[in-house]
Design a protein around this ligand. Sequence first.
Ligand code: ZN
Length: 309
Amino acid sequence: MTDVSVHEVGTRDGLQSISTFVPTEVKKSWCRAEFHAGVREIEVCSLVPLKLIPQFSDAGEVVRHALALEGLTVAALVPNLKGAEKAAELGVHKINYVISVSESHNRANVRRSTEESAADFERIVALCRSRPKEARPVVVGGLATALGCTMEGKVPEDRVRRLAVRLAEAGADEIILADTVGYGDPAMVRRLFGAVTRDLGAVPITAHFHDTRGLGLANVLAALDAGIRAFDASLAGLGGCPYAPGASGNISTEDLVFMLESMGLKTGVNLEKLLAVRRTVCAALGDQPFHGAIAKAGLPKGFTVATSA
Ligand code: ZN
C-alpha cells in the first residue's frame, strides 16, 4: 500500500524535448527498470502526428513492451480524438488528454480554441465508453497552463475551475492540473488545488509541476496540504521549457520520491534502484541537461529505502 502515487512522465515530457531520436531499446528498458524500482504508472509516449514529434514514431512498440509489465498502468498523452483512437487501439490503460487553459497556448499547441478542445474531449469519452468494459481505458482530462502561461501571463483561477468541472461533467475519470511552464507558487497551488478538489468531489486529481523557477517541490508540499496524492515527475528532471532554453524541466522523480519518503509518505519506489535507473538512462541519453539534487548529493546517512519494490 502506498500513500502517494508517483507517475513517471520523463518518457513523454522529457523525451519530447529531445530532438534526436532516442533508440526504442532505451525507452523500453527505461520503462522496465522504473517498473522494477517500484513505479506503478508511466506515461510512455505522446500520440501526436509523427511529423510534429518524430521522437514517438516507435510508440506502438514501446506501449506493447510496457503493457507486458504486469501491474504497471500504461498511460499515453493525446492531443486530439485521432490520438485517442490510436491509444485505445494500442490498448493503453489510461488516456491523458490535454487542453491548455490559456487560449493562446492552446491555439499555439493544437491550433484550435480551448472550447473546441473541450468539445473534442466529449467525443473521446464517448469513444472510450463504446469499448467493452475490459478494454475501456481510464480517461483523464489534463489542464495545461493551469498556473500561468508564457503568452498570457496570469491564468484566471475561475477559468481553471470551470474547465475542470466541465471535463469532469463530460466524464473524466481523473483530472490533471499542470503547471506547464513553472509559474506557480505554493500559495497559488494551495488555493487552486483546494478549490478544484472541493469542486470535483470524488474525482482524483494529479499534480504536474515543472521546476522551471525552483518552486517545484515547494509546490508539491502545498498540493499535499490541499489533499493531492498523485504527482507526475520526470527522471533527472528532463523536460525543458521550449520558451526558456536551458531552464529546468519537470520536478525530478528522484527528488520527489526522496522528499515524500523522508516525510514518511510511502511511494513504493525504491530510491536506490531509481538512482541506478537514472544513471543508466542519463548515460544512454548522452549530452542533455539533467537535474535533481539527490543524485548529486547522495542519500543522507540513515535514510531508509522503501523495500516494497
Ligand atoms: Zn509538463
